[in-house]
Ligand binder design. Sequence first.
Ligand code: AMP
Ligand code: ZN
Length: 487
Amino acid sequence: MSLTLYNTLGRELQAFESLKTGRAGFYGCGPTVYNYAHIGNLRAYVLHDVLIRTLRRMGFEVTHVMNITDVGHLSGDNDEGDDKMVTSAKERGKSVLEVAEFYTRAFFNDTERLHIVKPTVVCKATEHIDDMIGLIKRIEAQGFTYSAGGNLYFDITKFPPYGDLARLRLDDLKAGARIQVDENKRNPHDFVLWFTKSKFERQALVWDSPWGTGYPGWHIECSAMSIKYLGETFDIHAGGIDHVSIHHTNEIAQSEAATGIHPWVRYWVHNEFLVVDRGKMSKSGGGFFTLQRLVDAGYDPLDYRYFLLGGHYRSQLQFSYQALESAQNARKSLMDRIMERVNALPDKSGSLPGIGLEQIPESLTRRKPGIYLKAFNAALENDLSTPRGLAELWGLLRDPEVNPADALIGAFDMDRVLGLNLAGEVEKRRFPAESRELVDEIETLIAERTAAKQVKDFAKADGIRQTLKDRGIILEDRPTGTVWRRG
Ligand code: AMP
Ligand code: ZN
């Protein structure tokens, strides 16, 4: 099995080879927590999730690092405008930290509802100022900086590969009409590493630094924190397509200037936009849809996830309630198919087949479901084609020659990447709320018993079996794990 990814650096499909065998380091630019995430932002995080889940299912041990931007992100990516956090705090009559905490919590509430797996490391910009200062010192020591008007700038002319990622031509990099030129900049695309005196003197959060009391530019946080947690060179960096020309271009310049290592990141993965009525969805512009707004309109967050999976991440996706409704209907039919298979099992109320399996049994891959699983893997490994992956899931569930248990094992295995919570949704349908708690309890006891057996504490293991038996639950140990049924 090998994964092919479209690398923005080089603009081509490339076979993924990790720096360390069996391990992958992944950094995805996280949210700026001055407002709720909109559903366009969430598209980016669902893509990161699919990529990470794909790598894990392929056997990689993935370290996923996500930053939380709670300082330094101005309304224009190119050092223009006001600090988004400060503006938001002012509007809401709260402190910057209160705003950050509130929207960080809201963000993870959204990602949890979308069944996005939590990152291995979540790091806040404000808690890593020392790391940023340390990295800026290295950049300065290498001769890439200059001070002007109280701020410290990165001089892009000292870094010849500047703009390679975005294929910018430096001759063309004249200040465009859109860019409000900072007169301290020697070149319009130079950018701030550290602000001290400037129009942002009203900044709420400031820190001491060798360049004076102030605060970091936006881009440095991602360089500093990714290097801290993933090393001076790592495998994959992801973000939305809007970050290619400024944010990621500047991250590369800073990191490579500091370390001298090229390339800093081996694969750059960028998602296209979610659009509404042909316009990009943005936090400041119109058409601001939050996940909660979709829930209030009667949709399940997983309907939105299903809708996203139906498009390839490198194509723009047009959002409409009509499209969301189609996704809702499709997901409902999918669950109906799965319930038909569950109801056709010899024991409808016991453990679901395939739950907790790390690997599909070989015997199953040699049978008919193997065809769908192989095609599913090929789809995901071909630059994460979730639309084709979904089609294979449908194929598997529609095939009358595949027996119910095999169909479920295959579907749950595919769901390790799709993240539609298929097994959890089955349990919701099979058991009313109170008995769902019972199922959770049984699963927890089974896990405890497995752990006890591993450390040869057979007395405890037998005790758990007996406790469950007394309550009418019979455990059976199979080569693929322990299953339960009602006795
Ligand atoms: P932000 O919270 O603004 O820093 O953005 C978080 C992530 O969402 C970044 O990776 C952006 O590139 C991405 N993003 C912003 N707008 C959209 C959109 N309309 N569609 C898809 N991704 C987006
Ligand atoms: Zn970033």
